[in-house]
Structures are given as structure tokens and as C-alpha cells.
Design a protein around this ligand. Structure first.
Ligand code: ZN
Length: 346
């Protein structure tokens, strides 16, 4: 795992000032035997201080974070910061270029391949670079996502549970500073588990704030605004950003995903007719929607019920579903004593 990365770049992360270039991800194909794929990177450094790594485009069809990070990369100069900011708006560039969740080169889902491999597939090489080169430099990682083409999220932010009460409280504080209206705790066990960037960062001891900002492979305006303002607030909070005029965070409803019962799945193929909207509070047993069979249209549609109470944070975006697709994700309010969350991060 710790073999030397095959990715290279003219960027010198220890150089003072603003550098704009790209990583070179090696490829060897019929049309480009000794080629590389560019992965844009901006490094802004001004003296000693903390380092923030800002990531977007882990999944190519999630746009709010990519645009927020591009805008910040253009705006920030070295006089705006103390320490270092490394911005990668489109980390899995082949997926971004294709407008897809996974890379068209190797079908790799970057947030399911950590810690990556130095001599692995293209996507594994990117994960390895983050694990071995970026994480050891980082004091904070901000990883911006949304639901992609298959899911729609209400703008929210999430953390993994801390290893101690003190660390957990510090992570909750980062959620409050980011200022999404909903903040939740998860350890990824219903989804990416230990294969995600936050899991790799946890092993290195680096705090990560992840955000889910919209979905449907489109652009959510309030999610984009939250991304821009939340990142500035966090950069200010950890002592990097020198600006005084960052906006105040709204109060955050702290929640968690403490049971896989909170995820509602399709038990049959069909067309999903949802009966709930994002942000709805639902009761145990309530009807979540109907699944209409496409090959038995005269049969009664299958009813889909919630097996517990919660708030709808995420919904399936396309109407057509296969058995096993996630239809709705619920969150529950965080018990004051709760240290643990479970379930997944998109
Ligand atoms: Zn994502």
C-alpha cells in the first residue's frame, strides 16, 4: 500500500505562493502509449500554519462541490491565507469528464477503493495518492458530494464518529461551523464502510467533513451556496483564512443514521411513486410510496412502508428502479449521549 505513487506533478506543496497545475495520472492505451490524464490541482501556501485539503469530483456527476471549489481556487491568493490550502475540484477526473459516478477507464468508484494501490487501476492510483501524499499533509479534509444521478439529498453534512468523547465533540464542532441545516454522524457500515476517503483519513487521524449538497446530476443552488460559505467558515475556524467577512452558520439539527432500518430499499423492480418529500418527518409504518410493476400493470402496486420513524434526507431520483435500489434514507435526531452512528455516505 505504501509503495511510491506513480502519479507526478510539477506542483511543489512546500513552495510559497499560488501554484496552478495538474497531477499526471499515467495511462497506456492504444492511442496514448506513454500518456497521462490531467487532474487539476491548486496549491496556495503562505508561511507556517495548518493545511486544508478541499476535494470535489470524487464522483463525476456531483456538481455543487466541484463548482464551489473551482470558484474558491480562482478567488484565493496567498495573501488570503496563513498555512496551506490544496484544492482538487475534480479528483476523479475521468469520471468528471464522463459525467459519471464511476470512472469510464476501470469502472472504479473512487469512494469505495481507499486506501488505494500505487500500482493498481487508474482509480486505485488516485485513492493511493490521496492516502499517501495528501492525507499526511492535512489538518482538515473537506470532501464535497451530492447524490449523483440516482439520488437526491437535502443539503447536509456528515462526520464519522470520533474515537474519544473529546475528538467526537471536535468533529461535531466542525459540523456546526460548516453550517448545513442537517448534520449527521455515520461510520459508513451500510455503504462504503472502510473503503471511503473519510475512513482512510480516520486511520491517519485527519478530521473530515463530508457534505451531500443535492443530486440528480444537476445543480442545487442552496447546496452550492452552502458549499461555498461552509468551506470559508471551516477555513476561518482552523485559522487558515484571513478574511473577516465570513457569514454566520445557521443552527444545525444534529442527527444520525444509527440503524440500517433507516434505509428503505426496493423489494421488486418497477416504477417508484414516492409519497414523501425531502425534509419530511415520517412515522413508523407510514407509506413511503408504491412500486408499480411494468410487466404486470394490472396487479396492485407493492406498498413500501417505513420500518421506523425519521426524517427524509435522501430519495431515489430516477423513477425506474431495480430490486435492491435504495429508495429513501432517513435520519433520526442524535441522542445527547450517542457516540456511534452507522449506515452510509454516498
Ligand atoms: Zn459522492
Amino acid at each position: 500500500m505504501s509503495a511510491t505513487t506513480r502519479i507526478w506533478s510539477p506542483i511543489d506543496y512546500n513552495r510559497e505562493g499560488k501554484q496552478v497545475d495538474c497531477l499526471r495520472l499515467p495511462i497506456s492505451t492504444d492511442n496514448s502509449a506513454y500518456g497521462w490524464i490531467p487532474i487539476p490541482v491548486v496549491c496556495i501556501k503562505n508561511g507556517e500554519g495548518p493545511t486544508a485539503v478541499l476535494i470535489g469530483g470524487t464522483h463525476g456527476d456531483e456538481y455543487e462541490g466541484q463548482i464551489a471549489h473551482m470558484r474558491l481556487a480562482r478567488k484565493l491568493s496567498e495573501t488570503d491565507v496563513t498555512g496551506r490550502v490544496i484544492i482538487m475540484p475534480s479528483l476523479n477526473f475521468p469520471a468528471v469528464e464522463a459525467g459519471r459516478r464511476v470512472s469510464p477507464i476501470d469502472e472504479g468508484n473512487l469512494n469505495r477503493l481507499y486506501p488505494g494501490r500505487a500500482h493498481g487501476t487508474a482509480t486505485e492510483m488516485i485513492a493511493h495518492y490521496v492516502t499517501e501524499v495528501l492525507l499526511p499533509m492535512a489538518d482538515l479534509v473537506i470532501d464535497l458530494h451530492s447524490g449523483g444521478r440516482s439520488l437526491d439529498y437535502m443539503p447536509c453534512a456528515l462526520i464519522r464518529p470520533g474515537k474519544s468523547p473529546q475528538q467526537h465533540e471536535k468533529l461535531l464542532e466542525l459540523l456546526r461551523v460548516f453550517g448545513a441545516p442537517i448534520g449527521f454522524v455515520t461510520d459508513g457500515s451500510g455503504g462504503g464502510g472502510s473503503t471511503t476517503l473519510p475512513a482512510a483519513a480516520e486511520r491517519t487521524g485527519v478530521p473530515v467533513v463530508t457534505a451531500e449538497l443535492g443530486g440528480g446530476a444537476t445543480l442545487n443552488r442552496s447546496g452550492l451556496d452552502l458549499a461555498e460559505q461552509g468551506v470559508l467558515r471551516l477555513l476561518k475556524h482552523i485559522g487558515i483564512l484571513r478574511w473577516n467577512d465570513v457569514t454566520e452558520a445557521v443552527a444545525v439539527r444534529l442527527m444520525d443514521c444509527s440503524s440500517t432500518d433507516l434505509l428503505v430499499y426496493a423489494e421488486t423492480d418497477g416504477m417508484f411513486e414516492p409519497f414523501v418529500e425531502l425534509g419530511d418527518d415520517v412515522k413508523e409504518g407510514q407509506l413511503a410510496g408504491l412500486l408499480h410493476s411494468i410487466d404486470r400493470p394490472f396487479n396492485q402496486p407493492q406498498e413500501v412502508h417505513f420500518s421506523c420513524a425519521g426524517m427524509v434526507v435522501c430519495k431515489r431520483f430516477p423513477t425506474l428502479v431495480k430490486r435492491g435500489d435504495c429508495l429513501v434514507e432517513l435520519l433520526q435526531d442524535l441522542a445527547p449521549s450517542s457516540m456511534q452512528g452507522r449506515a452510509h455516505a454516498a
